[in-house]
Design a protein around this ligand. Structure first.
Ligand code: ADP
Ligand code: MG
Length: 713
């Protein structure tokens, strides 16, 4: 960073300067910063303030009454450590500002004595108490601001623990900015984009996020930095999407066959408008020479299966094959049963046959299909005699060859990774790539979907088929409520219905899980449900055993299934009308919603009971949300609100860890704008060739491996 006239600084330049470039950062502080993952000047500049203190807006000591809470900026007058009985300590400090004196007390925080040096300026946040008629705060939050003169004081996260004060961070950022000043910051985002969205320059943004003159300046700076973070994510996703379209040729499916139309005509009900819309969107993709890469989002029971089968039939009527991949054997088998049933009467053309046609063939392929059965299925997949195959991961093994895989549907996306989708795409050996439809029953809010699934097109089933009786959900707290729950289970069973009782996984331990579900089973069979036929299902049983239990439950062989979350997704027993969830507060919103979706699938009124006695605040909000609404999208919003984006993002894409300032909740409009801009900037043929600095920046944030992946597809 010399003062000679050199080009403005890129973020990669900044990443190349170690923090020691800043003179006042010595070895000790360098080590402390390292603990905070701050190694370079870029890390320092992107270590943003957590909040700001506006000195012009500060409460004064005299201005805060007893019982009031507030932030006060004052100077330390004295500080003293007292040893109490046992090993306890108490630190007493006196602060003063122009209006008065404030006593601070800290229990068992002896290090405060060293922290609160007389003469220092500090900001304290707490509630004013009456201590013998004068003002006091006990254990307030303290931020060290030192002798900064700005009107607005930035407060940085994690400053105390690591031995780096917020004051130092502010100072070093100031020094870093000063060092950058001669060269200035290079701005890779085109000026017309900045103008269009009223975004400030990068220089303005970095300066004002750290040292704003006014709170408005800080807000303007934040907008720009939020936009940059989201733009990087969208550029990566949009490139990935366009790259896939460019480098692979899809099958141009014909829509003039008769299977799909016939399939819709013979259904005993009308498709919902949402199903029609999704099918149209999918057919448009299928017809095109670009491979489809689409996500179908729809709440439990929204009728995704019919949409999937319609897509598979488009492949079959063009003499290709369809595959449906489910996350578990139970689900694959269930899909196989259901779809075989739906397509029982269908015929496909067959020249080798004297009638010129043969029955449409649906087969199952899981690890449980072995020996001669497996050999036959594999052979007939390879020669094209199997039209639709339903299975698990077994489908993407090397030994499975298709004659011509046209459409692949992946159910319950969250259990499959990007690599597995890619493996399915590779199953067509003709050089054409099969069209891929991914289905998920876990709705996520639109802007979150744009971020997490931004490389897919999205169709949404936002409408349930008519005539569903809504599921009544209640929260049972304590033995009295629970007694009512079991009473209702008995009543429903007496009326010929069935019920689920679900127990949580405990600490991810198989052993404990089994114990909890077995204990519940024993308790119920010896107590509340002693005259009811109970079955037991858990993850430790072999898949043969599991399927036997499920088949028996489906056939009405027993009344109540006590299970772990193995039944979470897709299990369909229309006669089941009660779902009891034990220790419901141990489940997340999405999981509770999934479990609840196992009932209400028939024409009978259904109930969901959440059992939970002592619940955290968070748990309380979750359960209350479940009681209030059955709308999966609304619940997804609540979930995002409560848990933040981290959980939604998961490990799906590395670049998303880059969201330091942006929030998918409060910055929704920026997500959409960033996506629009990404589509504007990425060229379908040459990616970011016109914006080399943006491309470079992406590689910096995503790491070279991730961008390798991008290039390889
Ligand atoms: P999802 O997979 O989205 O959870 P399914 O496809 O399993 O939902 O459908 C749930 C139930 O609703 C099935 O029994 C199905 O037959 C029925 N169904 C689907 N679409 C309709 C419709 N348009 N009208 C009435 N019932 C429907
Ligand atoms: Mg389903």
């Amino acid at each position: 960073m010399s003062d000679s006239p050199r080009p403005p600084l890129t973020l990669r330049d900044l990443a190349g300067f170690p923090v020691t470039t800043i003179k006042s950062i010595g070895p000790k502080k360098t080590a402390a910063l390292k603990k905070m993952d701050i190694l370079s000047v870029l890390d320092l500049l992107t270590h943003y303030p957590r909040r700001y203190i506006d000195r012009t807006n500060e409460a004064t000591i005299a201005g805060l009454d007893f019982g009031e809470e507030g932030v006060i900026l004052a100077r330390v007058k004295s500080c003293e450590l007292r040893r109490l009985r046992g090993k306890r300590t108490m630190v007493i400090a006196y602060l003063s500002d122009a209006t008065g004196r404030l006593r601070l007390t800290f229990f068992n925080q002896h290090w405060r004595e060293r922290q609160l040096q007389p003469g220092m300026e500090v900001v304290v946040f707490g509630k004013v108490e009456d201590y013998k008629g004068s003002k006091q705060m006990s254990n307030p939050l303290v931020d060290m601001v030192g002798d900064q003169t700005g009107r607005i004081v930035p407060v940085y996260p994690q400053s105390e623990k690591s031995g780096v004060s917020t004051n130092e961070l502010g100072k070093w950022n100031g020094l870093a900015l000063k060092k950058c000043e001669p060269r200035g910051f290079s701005d890779p985002v085109p000026q017309k984009v900045l103008d269009h969205y009223n975004l400030s320059s990068r220089s303005h943004a970095f300066t004002n996020i750290h040292h704003p003159e006014t709170m408005d300046d800080a807000a303007v700076a934040r907008d720009r930095l939020v936009f940059d973070e989201l733009l990087r994510v969208q550029l990566e996703l949009v490139q990935r999407k366009l790259h896939l379209e460019r480098t692979s040729a899809g099958i141009e499916h014909l829509l003039d066959g008769n299977l799909v139309g016939e399939f819709h005509r013979q259904l005993p009900f009308e498709l919902t408008a949402a199903q029609h819309r999704a099918i149209d969107e999918i057919e448009t993709d299928l017809q095109s020479s670009k491979p489809m890469h689409r996500l179908l989002q729809g709440d439990v029971g929204a009728g995704k299966t019919l949409v999937a089968v319609s897509a598979l039939l488009v492949a079959v009527q063009g003499e290709h094959q369809g595959a449906l991949m489910a996350p578990t054997e139970v689900l694959a088998e269930q899909h196989h049963l259901g779809i075989t049933d739906l397509l029982a009467e269908f015929k496909v053309p067959d020249d080798s046959n004297m009638f010129g046609e043969r029955p449409l063939r649906v087969e199952l392929l899981t690890n449980r299909i072995t020996g001669a059965d497996r050999t036959v299925v594999l052979a007939d997949l390879a020669n094209g005699m199997v039209d639709i195959v339903i299975g698990t991961h077994a489908l993407i093994q090397d030994k499975v060859d298709f004659k011509s895989l046209g459409v692949a549907v992946i159910d319950e996306q969250h259990r499959f990774g990007v690599e597995q989708r890619a493996a399915l795409r590779d199953k067509n050996t003709s050089g054409l790539v099969p069209d891929v439809l991914v289905m998920t029953a876990t709705p996520i809010p639109r802007t979150a979907a744009m971020t997490v699934y931004g490389d897919l097109d999205v169709s949404v089933l936002d409408e349930l088929p008519p005539g569903r009786t809504p599921i009544k959900t209640s929260w049972a707290q304590g033995p009295l409520d629970e007694a009512i729950v079991w009473d209702q289970v008995r009543t429903e069973v007496a009326a010929g219905r069935q019920a689920y009782v679900v127990c949580p996984l405990i600490e991810m331990s198989d052993k404990l899980e089994v114990r909890s579900v077995e204990e519940t089973f024993e308790e119920l069979s010896g107590g509340e449900l002693q005259n009811v036929r109970l079955g037991l299902l858990h993850g430790r049983m072999s898949s043969v055993e599991k399927e036997e239990v499920m088949a028996s439950f489906r056939a009405g062989g027993f009344d109540v299934l006590v299970a772990t979350t193995v039944i979470e997704v897709g299990v369909d027993v229309p006669n089941a009308t009660v779902m009891v969830i034990v220790d419901a507060d141990r489940f997340g919103i999405a999981q509770l919603h999934q479990l609840r979706g196992r009932v209400g699938r028939g024409s009978h009124k259904s109930y969901c009971h959440l059992l939970a006695d002592e619940v955290s605040n968070d748990g309380e909000e979750r359960l209350a949300a479940l009681v209030r609404t059955t709308d999966g999208f609304e619940l997804a919003e609540v979930d995002l609100e409560l848990r933040g984006e981290g959980t939604i993002m998961g490990e799906r894409q590395k670049g998303q860890n880059d969201l330091k300032l942006a929030s998918l909740r409060s910055d929704k409009h920026w997500v959409e704008r960033a996506r629009d801009v990404a589509f504007e900037l990425v060229d379908p043929a040459t990616d970011l060739a016109d914006y080399p600095e943006l491309a470079n920046e992406l590689r910096l944030f995503l790491g070279e491996t991730e961008s390798d992946f991008l290039l390889k597809g």
